[in-house]
Write a protein that binds this ligand. Structure first.
Ligand code: GLN
Length: 190
């Protein structure tokens, strides 16, 4: 399978390395036309406002919206914000993931921290949070698969996976395996 990492801004190199460990054919996506060649897309962490500016600048939005309706997508941190239907006090971006998300939700004191998180169907994973968002509300098609205390930090909605934390900054490949499994299943059904 061919995976693509949206490479406009943020930690796309880390995602490339992370997924390449399990799937050699992982590429950086810098132009909308490349979306035609991949089976699934990863939207990395970074800064969602800047990422959005570049999505518009490089005319990615329409292609991204239609890609997300058809193929598996994994959003990490800023990627989760980019996918969300509602971003508190901010504009919506792709708007396909039926959640209400709060940016920088863990506050200043704990801007960045690590704590294990139990993810349904995956097991315990190292949660690395960097100025991370959390989800305040999910629609009924959305499965909550991970929480940090009472806050939702991992969800799945059909072909879409999103986490507040950064698996690509760890040596724990369970989340990558889980996503690759989603892509496999999607390919089998297609
Ligand atoms: N705080 C960033 C934002 O709002 C997300 C942080 C991250 O991706 N590590 O876009």
């Amino acid at each position: 399978m061919k995976l693509g990492v949206l490479a406009l801004q943020g930690s796309y190199i880390d995602h490339l390395k992370y997924f390449s460990k399990l799937n050699e054919d992982t590429i950086l996506v810098k132009e909308p036309e490349q979306l035609k060649d991949i089976d699934a897309l990863i939207i990395p962490g970074g800064e969602s406002t800047t990422m959005r500016r570049l999505i518009d600048k490089y005319k990615f939005m329409d292609e991204l919206k239609s890609f997300c309706k058809q193929k598996p997508v994994f959003g990490t941190c800023a990627g989760m914000i980019i996918l969300a239907k509602e971003v508190i006090d901010n504009p919506t971006h792709i708007g396909i993931l039926d959640v209400r998300v709060r940016r920088n939700a863990f506050g200043r004191q704990v801007d960045s921290f690590e704590e294990d998180v139990e993810v349904t169907g995956v097991g315990p994973v190292e949660g690395v949070y960097i100025r991370a968002p959390y989800i305040e509300h999910v629609g009924n098609q959305v499965e909550v698969i991970g929480k940090h205390k009472e806050h939702v930090v991992a969800v799945k909605q059909g072909n879409i996976l999103a986490t507040s934390f950064h698996p690509e900054l760890t040596d724990d490949y369970k989340i990558a395996e889980y996503f690759i499994n989603m892509v496999d299943k999607h390919k089998e059904q297609a």
